[in-house]
Design a protein around this ligand. Structure first.
Ligand code: ADP
Ligand code: ZN
Length: 204
C-alpha cells in the first residue's frame, strides 16, 4: 500500500484441519497489525463457545479478545467503520453470507483475515471456505501432525458417532489425521465398539 494510490483492502485466508495452528496464525497476524497501530476488530461465531465467550482461544491457549456474532451479516452491523483490520475465526461456522461480507469489507479498504476449516469430518470442502479461497488475495494452508503416524495432517478425524455436519467438540472428539490414516466418518474402532455394545445393551 502506498500513499499515492491510497488504501486498498484485501482478503487473507488461513485454512486447514483442526489443530493445524489456524487460530495461532490469526492471532499472530492480528497482534502484528496492532503493533503497526492499526485498528483491529476480531469476530467469532456464537456456535463456537468451547473455551470462552469473549476470546478466540488456540489449542495451545493463546488468547485474543473477540466479539461474538450469530453470523457473518452481523459483522457489518457491529463493525466500527474506522476499523482497518478485521479478523474472523471459525469462519466455516459463519454462514454462506461471509463471502459477500468479506468482499464488501475488502472493497471498502479493510484487511480481512479469515481462519477456518477447509474440509469437514468426511473430508469434503467446507462452505464457504472454498469460495473465499477463490476470492482471496492470499491463501495459507496449515497442516497439523497426524496423531497416528506423525506425518503432516490435512484431515479432521471425528472420533464420536454423529452424522451432523457440525458437532462442536471439546478435546477428545476430534483429532488430526494424514491422508493415509484418515477414516471418513467415525473411526473403525468406534464402529467396532458400537457393534459389540448393542447386544450387550439388549441383554441388560
Ligand atoms: P486450529 O485453530 O487450527 O485448530 P490452534 O491454533 O488452535 O489450531 O492450535 C494449534 C496448536 O495445537 C499447536 O501449536 C499445538 O500446540 C497444538 N496441537 C495439539 N495437537 C496437535 C496436532 N495433532 N498437530 C499439531 N498441533 C497440535
Ligand atoms: Zn497418519
Amino acid at each position: 500500500m502506498d500513499i499515492f494510490t491510497g488504501h486498498t483492502g484485501w482478503i487473507e485466508v488461513v485454512c486447514g484441519p483442526m489443530f493445524s495452528g489456524k487460530s495461532e496464525e490469526l492471532i499472530r497476524r492480528l497482534r502484528r497489525a496492532r503493533i503497526a497501530r492499526k485498528r483491529v476488530q476480531v469476530f467469532k461465531p456464537t456456535i463456537d463457545d468451547r473455551y470462552s465467550h469473549e476470546e478466540i482461544v488456540s489449542h495451545a491457549d493463546q488468547r485474543m479478545a473477540s466479539e461474538v456474532v450469530a453470523g457473518a451479516s452481523e459483522i457489518l452491523s457491529v463493525l466500527d467503520w474506522r476499523t482497518q483490520v478485521v479478523g474472523i475465526d471459525e469462519a466455516n461456522f459463519m454462514g454462506p453470507e461471509l463471502v459477500e461480507v468479506a468482499e464488501q469489507l475488502a472493497d471498502s479498504g479493510k484487511q480481512v483475515i479469515i481462519a477456518g476449516l477447509d474440509t469437514d469430518y468426511l473430508g469434503r470442502p467446507f462452505p464457504p471456505i472454498p469460495d473465499l479461497l477463490a476470492r482471496a488475495e492470499s491463501i495459507t494452508k496449515t497442516l497439523a501432525i497426524c496423531i497416528r503416524c506423525g506425518n503432516p495432517a490435512k484431515h479432521t478425524q471425528r472420533l464420536v458417532a454423529s452424522e451432523d455436519l457440525i458437532v462442536v467438540g471439546a478435546s477428545g472428539m476430534y483429532e488430526a489425521r494424514c491422508r493415509r490414516c484418515f477414516e471418513p466418518g467415525i473411526s473403525k474402532q468406534e464402529r467396532f465398539d458400537f457393534a459389540i455394545a448393542k447386544p450387550l445393551r439388549r441383554e441388560s
